[in-house]
Design a protein around this ligand. Structure first.
Ligand SMILES: Cc1ncc(COP(=O)(O)O)c(C=O)c1O
Length: 343
């Protein structure tokens, strides 16, 4: 099967498997796992922030950030297609007692600017308005087709947020893809944000894990919340070892994934009833709207499966995500299958 459903389907590389087998481990609840400690130090240094903590998932990293930045009764502002709002199962309400105000970006690529955010702020307003507690950004923006926000635009939102006394959390699940697309380092892309989460288990290819990064005090508190939520792990160096290899070997492979995504998008754009602006595909995510096609997204995905190609229906669109287990030949096969089914 050519699995384009997500970049989470990657299998660990031989180097990751070797590192996992050989990992030096200890009890991480006592902060005694040398490999986890090394991963945390490596991630903090890479992002040029004070500290980092290994999380089992990106969702846990994001939700602990929401918890730490807000007080119950606050409102969180996020673009309407943001992962924290759409796919984290209401956890902001459940765990943090906050509401979410989804915002529409003036730009179809889902990237917010301050003019999209400012009218929704509740700061020093009458007591019956839900106070804004946090702004969340996402880079790259998954549901918006993997679009990216550069360091300068991130900084301009963060500066305004800070002037208003608001923290900013960056969901950087795929920030390494954004780094390749913009040519800016992950530190440049995330420097002005108060916290950032990135996933080792997506395009970087590690089997499990994400990192939450921020100030030392913030990460000390995050450790308490990770334990409270059942995320205190023991000999997790076995997992962290793969994460260290992922940080070393994977970022340089992402440009190929982006080229594959552009090729897929370019070919899809030629098909009848399909709409996709191939020029807007900046990273490894291709969202193809098939609302005008003869078949529904579900029917197309079923037929693709018969041809050995897996994609995900998203309403009236299908999503295809490239990753290092997808070759150039696989892209050719996926394009031929799409042409055969949609023509
Ligand atoms: C943008 C974004 N943020 C966060 C997550 C959550 O990561 P996890 O699946 O590790 O909880 C995902 C997962 O797909 C994502 O795409």
């Amino acid at each position: 099967m050519i699995d384009l459903r997500s970049d989470t389907v990657t299998k660990p590389t031989p180097a990751m498997r070797r590192a996992m087998a050989d990992a030096e481990v200890g009890d991480d609840v006592f902060s005694e796992d040398p490999t986890v400690n090394r991963l945390q130090e490596t991630a903090a240094a890479l992002f040029e922030k004070e500290a980092a903590i290994f999380m089992p998932t990106g969702s846990m990293g994001n939700q602990i950030a929401v918890k730490l930045h807000t007080s119950p009764g606050d409102e969180v502002l996020i673009e309407e297609r943001g992962h924290i709002f759409n796919y984290e199962m209401g956890t902001p309400a459940l765990v943090s007692g906050v509401t979410i105000r989804p915002l529409r970006s003036a730009n179809p690529n889902g990237i917010l600017s301050w003019s999209d955010i400012q009218p929704s702020l509740h700061i020093n307003q009458p007591y019956y308005a839900c106070p804004t507690g946090l702004i969340c950004l996402e880079n790259s923006h998954n549901l918006a087709g993997g679009s990216v926000i550069n360091g300068a635009d991130t900084a301009s939102i963060c500066d305004k947020a800070h002037e208003n006394g608001l923290p900013v959390h960056l969901d950087g699940a795929r920030i390494f893809n954004a780094s390749v697309a913009t040519g800016e380092s992950v530190a440049e892309l995330s420097r002005p944000a108060d916290s950032v989460q990135f996933c080792l288990s997506k395009g970087l290819g590690a089997p499990v894990g994400s990192m939450l990064i921020g100030s030392k005090d913030f990460i000390d508190e995050a450790r308490v919340w990770r334990k409270r939520m059942g995320g205190g792990m023991r000999q997790s160096g076995v997992l962290a070892a793969a994460g260290l290899v992922a940080l070393e070997e994977s970022p340089t492979k992402l440009a190929v994934d982006h080229e594959h995504a552009r090729r897929l998008a370019g070919a899809a754009a030629e098909l009848p009833g399909v709409s996709i602006d191939a020029g807007m595909v900046q990273t490894n995510i291709v969202i193809i709207s098939v609302s005008e096609a003869k078949l529904t997204s579900f029917e197309i995905c079923d037929l693709l499966k018969n041809e050995g190609v897996l994609a995900i229906p998203f309403g009236s669109a299908i999503r295809m995500v490239t990753h290092y287990d997808i070759s150039g030949d696989d892209i050719d096969t996926a394009i031929s299958a799409l042409q055969e089914i949609i023509d």
